[in-house]
Design a binder for this molecule. Structure first.
Ligand SMILES: NC(=O)C1=CN([C@@H]2O[C@H](COP(=O)(O)OP(=O)(O)OC[C@H]3O[C@@H](n4cnc5c(N)ncnc54)[C@H](OP(=O)(O)O)[C@@H]3O)[C@@H](O)[C@H]2O)C=CC1
Ligand SMILES: CC(=O)N[C@@H](CCC(=O)OP(=O)(O)O)C(=O)O
Length: 310
């Protein structure tokens, strides 16, 4: 069965990546608007209402507006923006997050894609909280570096203009980044983590790291216990891998760039009981377009990894 998919914001960074992934897929007929029609409310309303699925690749305000424009109750929505990630009536589009999540997404009418940083953070932390290895009120922190395409067209233009952009910039210094509510809500933790994001002079890829003092946790888990909790959580998941970490001496931001997968690694020092948990992914892959297509596959009743780069 052919399903129609309208991408609102199809000329943006995430929209173009989704179009690339859906090219040559006979299950989907993709439509977008061109020229002045792209931002014309009447043209958007018509295209939104005519589709089986719409994927919103827009700034938050435009995504909220798109949802209001939809009149046809049969239209199913995937929102790549951060407008609806903790909103009532929306299903969080992270199929690997809980054992029931993929089934919930498959049935949902409104699915909100996770943010790229929360994807790494939640993958590392949620199984540890769920199994009690990390107490739900533990004061977590997360350090992360993203490729500059994470900031969309504006940041790409800044970095590619060359003159002003840096090699590595720390930001989010007010500790109020827009990803904090979804990190806290979906990890099911009592406090927002201390989140230290940075952007580097590389187009795509990201490295999300959670430091953990294992010796101070009530259950004093070993690295092996952490890896075992991840392996159990992601046992049947095609897009999340747990790498054997013993031999690695470094991890690069490009490790999963150009793919739709995510890799988790646990490093540490057994003598001091300190650990570094590291997720790598592509901010435009599992962090955005890959996740949107994974959700679309599930909602359409297809194999979740169909058309994705594992
Ligand atoms: N880049 C990334 O790694 C990730 C992005 N996201 C989210 O995905 C969404 C899209 O981001 P991204 O692709 O990076 O952003 P871009 O800035 O690259 O693209 C946004 C697109 O939306 C278009 N647009 C803006 N306002 C309107 C409007 N009112 N009506 C129709 N089109 C409009 C823009 O038009 P114009 O071309 O004229 O500027 C642009 O083409 C954002 O919410 C972002 O936060 C989520 C995860 C990761
Ligand atoms: C490098 C960079 O600027 N990254 C973006 C996050 C990209 C992303 O996850 O997009 P959402 O806005 O949809 O959550 C930021 O920190 O705001």
């Amino acid at each position: 069965m052919m399903r129609s998919v309208f991408i609102d914001g199809g000329a943006g960074t995430t929209g173009l990546e989704i179009r690339e992934r859906l090219e040559g897929r006979p299950e989907f007929h993709v439509t977008t608007l061109e020229g002045d029609a792209r931002k014309d409310a009447a043209a958007r309303a018509e295209a939104l209402d005519a589709a089986d699925f719409v994927i919103l690749c827009l700034p938050d305000d435009a995504a909220r507006e798109a949802v209001e424009l939809i009149r046809n109750p049969a239209v199913r929505i995937i929102d790549a923006s951060s407008a609806h990630r903790v909103a009532d009536g929306w299903t969080y589009g992270f199929p690997e997050l809980e054992p029931v999540q993929a089934a919930a997404i498959a049935e949902a009418a409104r699915v909100s894609n996770p943010g790229c940083y929360p994807t790494g953070f939640l993958a590392l932390v949620r199984p540890l909280v769920r199994t009690g290895l990390v107490p739900h009120d533990w004061p977590l922190s997360v350090n992360a570096v993203s490729g500059y395409s994470g900031g969309g067209k504006a940041m790409i233009a800044e970095f590619e203009a060359g003159a002003t952009a840096t090699a590595h910039r720390a930001y989010g210094l007010s500790l109020s980044h827009k990803h904090l509510p979804e990190m806290q809500r979906h990890a099911r933790i009592a406090h927002p983590p201390i989140f230290q994001p940075a952007v580097a002079r590389t187009y795509r890829g990201m490295l999300v790291e959670v430091p953990l003092p294992l010796h101070a946790l009530p259950r004093k888990p070993s690295l092996a216990a952490i890896e075992a909790a991840w392996r159990e959580a992601y046992r049947d998941q095609p897009l999340v891998r747990v790498a054997a970490s013993e031999e690695a001496t470094s991890v690069e931001i490009e490790a999963d760039a150009g793919t739709d997968r995510m890799t988790l690694r646990a490093f540490g020092n057994a003598e001091t009981g300190q650990a570094r948990l590291i997720a790598t992914l592509d901010n435009l892959g599992k962090g955005a377009a890959g996740a949107a297509v994974q959700n679309l596959n599930l909602m359409a009743g297809l194999d979740q990894a169909a058309g994705l780069r594992v």
